[in-house]
Structure formats: C-alpha cells, structure tokens
Ligand binder design. Structure first.
Ligand SMILES: [Zn+2]
Length: 148
C-alpha cells in the first residue's frame, strides 16, 4: 500500500517529523509516544502504510511484533518496569487514533493505576459460546496441522 502524504506515521517513517527514536531498521521504526500512558511508552510502526493490524501482510506483522518484543525486554531491564502491555488497536471503536498500523509497548509499574479495561463487562449466557466460536471459525482458513 502506498505511503500517504498526510499520514503522520508515514511522515515520521520518511524522517520528516523528528521523534525520540528507540529503534529503526529498513522496515520498522519505533519511537516514544508523545502522549505517554507510562514512562517509556513506545510506538512500533511499519514504515510502509497499512491501515491497521488486519490489513498488514503477515511478514510485516511478524517483524513489528518482533521489534515490540525486543523493546518490551529492554523496558523490563533498562527501565526496571514491573510488566509491559503490548497492544494494537483496530478501528476507532477500539481506540485506534492514527490509521496506520502500529503497536503500543506500554511499560507497567506496580501501582501505576493505568486502566486497561479488559475486565469482564458482559454477562453472556454460556450456551451462546459454542455458536460464537463457530461464527469466528467460519472466518478463518483451515488450520495446517502438518507434523502434528
Ligand atoms: Zn501512514
């Protein structure tokens, strides 16, 4: 997908906007979020423009998450973080504010009081679970189980 002129992450990838860079290679750039949720909050971005995680090719997804893993490891060691959240948001309803695939690496510190509201907010009858799993499976390719 072509880079888009007005996209802020494409502009950062082209070096047009300065950042506090954490990592860069040919395909990926990572830099501190200017609106950090925690100390060391870093964004890992594919240099090529894809609208979100679901639109990026799997090799790009793999590469971005491998860099996110390295940064998470560095945050644990160098920033003495007690934990890390690694998150990618897809769509406005999920909180995606920039329409260019990126992964948040959010170092966590004991009692930091950051709210990541993944708690149980739904009372779904358990007899609906099998049908729900079927619906999701319908959208997936048949799994390859070679060697197993
Ligand atoms: Zn972009």
């Amino acid at each position: 997908m072509a880079q888009q002129g007005g996209c802020i992450f494409c502009r950062i990838a082209r070096g047009e906007i300065p950042t506090n860079k954490v990592y860069e290679d040919q395909d990926v750039i990572a830099f501190l979020d200017i609106n950090p949720a925690s100390v060391g909050h870093t964004l890992v971005v594919s240099k090529e423009h894809f609208d979100d995680f679901t639109k990026a090719p799997k090799d790009v997804v793999s590469h971005v998450f491998q860099v996110a893993q390295l940064i998470a490891q560095a945050c644990l060691v160098e920033l003495k973080a007690d934990g890390v959240n690694v998150i990618t948001n897809i769509g406005k309803a999920a909180g995606q504010s920039i329409g260019h695939f990126h992964v948040h690496v959010i170092p966590r510190y004991a009692n930091d009081r950051i709210g990541i509201p993944f708690g149980k907010t739904l009372s779904l009858p358990s007899d609906q679970f099998p049908q729900l799993a079927d619906s999701i499976r319908k959208g997936l390719p048949a799994p390859k189980l070679e060697g197993k």
